[in-house]
Design a protein around this ligand. Structure first.
Ligand code: TNX
Length: 508
């Protein structure tokens, strides 16, 4: 059951008389329970130490690393949890695997959680409660005040994610790590990487080396493309894991495979390698579901990707295989799902895989725009769970406004209000709310070519999706959300992060 919000009415909105004007409730995504204590602010000073027992040490080090550049304070992390004025501790406050409690008093700041992930989310809350200047890369003079009171917090949904399409345009490791930072900031916990498509194959597979070297050699528009070595991919996975973000790799099958067919013509249904594809059409390429060798290929690829992936999910795509007849398609997905199970992983796929047999734990990512979907509802009755990515609400590649020249518009324009003002539990009316595991926002990159363009599409819509995934439904509130969102601008500006200045948000 979804936790209920009890945001105390006092001190909503900044108090300009205070140094930073940040109130305890000025956090994004909105916390479950906020109890301000207006007389009880804490001030971080040059002699503040951070106390953490060994199990909480990594969270404490990450907190110190976030605060040191702007404050210029040493902020040593000490092992005696009672020694610091800021303390982090693993203790079970009864808030589940990602919840935390943050208590701020003049004497000290105390963060507790049952897990390192809970501590990590609490650290992000603490970061947002400090003045925006905390995002500066070098020391700035400021009073580092935290508003007094207690926050008790836990997420509504277990799966809160974003997808980055690195196939249509390739994004190198530094760009991906930066996206992980944006996710972690807003307590999103899954990064889905769309690693393969017609225009490019972006992950090295030892058993099929030409997939990356040949299949990864170009991208939309004919640029040089690129791919991740297995070491690159491990680096992304490790960086994300430290920030409590699970990487979900997608190998899109049986369609969207032109790059693989270019690398290995024998995988093509007619046995002839097609030329590289640098356009933006979909649905023309596919593997041959009737051929046994297809499954040896799929097993090799999924086996290697599974071995690189500590997280539970392997995403097998399944969208837009327009040239594969329905029976052959369902048979292919059945076998691909069994191959995933053989690797010890759980199947995730676009909701087109619904007609295939159920597999324990199977998750469908719904990207449609209908209020009901009988085929999906049937799969749910057979046990599937859903991640909600309805294209008209969550697609970060859609333009913000009808007259915005940048982005797709096949699912309509999506401004911040449209991204925010819906309920993942109620979008599909013919499935029970309990079937919804969470929400995720895909960023397809046919037209996204650079880090600047990527951040412009991601921000400020990503925090809207984050709040839908994290915050209690009872606190859903556009007016409050856009006010808190406006407060992020100074942080992004200070950190050098790009975003779109949507006219609906009261930016300072
Ligand atoms: C549909 S959504 C696709 C992608 C495109 C996207 C563009 C989905 C599962 N497939 O191949 O990139 O539209 O918005």
């Amino acid at each position: 059951p979804a936790p209920r919000a009890t945001v105390a009415p006092a001190r909503v909105g900044g108090d300009p008389a205070r140094t930073a004007g940040i109130a305890l409730g000025d956090v994004l995504p909105a916390p479950m329970d906020v109890r301000p204590d207006p007389g009880a602010d804490f001030t971080l000073t040059a002699d503040t130490a951070i106390g953490a027992a060994p199990a909480a040490r990594d969270a404490a080090e990450q907190l110190a690393a976030l605060l040191r550049p702007a404050t210029g304070h040493p902020l040593p992390v000490v092992t005696d949890p009672t020694a610091g004025r800021v303390t982090l501790a693993l203790a079970d406050p009864g808030l589940g695997p990602e919840g935390y409690r943050l208590e701020i008093t003049p004497a000290r700041v105390r963060l507790t959680a049952a897990t390192p992930a809970g501590l990590g989310h609490g650290v992000q809350t603490l970061r947002q409660l400090l003045p925006a200047a905390v995002e500066a890369p070098t020391p700035v003079p400021a009073r580092w005040v935290l508003p007094g009171g207690t926050i008790t917090d836990r997420p509504r949904y277990a799966y809160r994610g974003a997808m980055l399409d690195v196939a249509r345009h390739f994004f190198g490791v530094p760009d991906v790590l930066r996206v992980v930072d944006h996710l972690a900031r807003y307590k999103l916990n899954h990064l889905h990487l769309h690693l393969t498509d017609d225009q490019g194959w972006r992950i090295a597979v030892d058993a099929w080396p030409r997939l990356a070297t040949v299949g990864g050699a170009t991208q939309v528009g004919g640029g040089p493309g690129g791919w991740y070595s297995q070491a690159d991919y491990r680096r992304i996975v490790g960086y994300a894991a430290r920030r409590h973000v699970t990487v979900v790799p997608e190998i899109d099958l049986p369609g969207h495979v032109n790059a693989a067919l270019t690398a290995y013509g024998r995988l093509a249904p007619d046995g002839v390698a097609p030329p590289p594809y640098t356009g933006t059409e979909v649905g023309f390429s596919h593997l041959d579901p009737a051929r046994e060798s297809t499954y040896a290929f799929v097993a090799d690829v999924l086996g290697e990707v599974a071995a690189l992936t500590p997280g539970p999910y392997l995403h097998i795509g399944g969208d837009e295989a327009f040239k594969v007849p329905a029976d052959a398609y369902a048979g292919f997905v059945d076998r691909a799902q069994r191959i995933v199970a053989d690797t010890g992983k759980t199947v995730l796929g676009w909701h087109q895989i619904a007609p295939a047999a159920h597999q324990p734990g199977r998750v469908l990512q719904y990207w449609g725009r209908e209020a009901t979907d009988p085929v999906v509802a049937d799969a749910v009755r057979r046990g599937a769970k859903l991640v909600m990515s309805p294209a008209d609400r969550t697609y970060l590649d859609m333009r913000y406004a009808p007259d915005d020249p940048f982005g797709h518009d096949w699912a309509g324009a999506i401004d911040v209000h449209r991204a925010y003002d819906w309920d993942p539990a109620g979008y599909l009316t013919d499935v029970p709310a309990e079937a919804v595991l969470g929400v995720a926002a895909p960023l397809w990159t046919e037209y996204v070519t650079s880090r600047d363009e990527l951040e412009r599409m991601l921000l400020p819509r990503l925090p809207a999706i984050a709040e839908l995934g994290w915050s209690p439904r009872s606190g859903h509130d556009w007016a409050g959300f856009r006010r808190r969102l406006a407060g992020q601008a100074a942080r992004w500006d200070t950190a050098g992060v790009g975003y779109h200045r949507s006219p609906e948000v009261p930016w300072p």
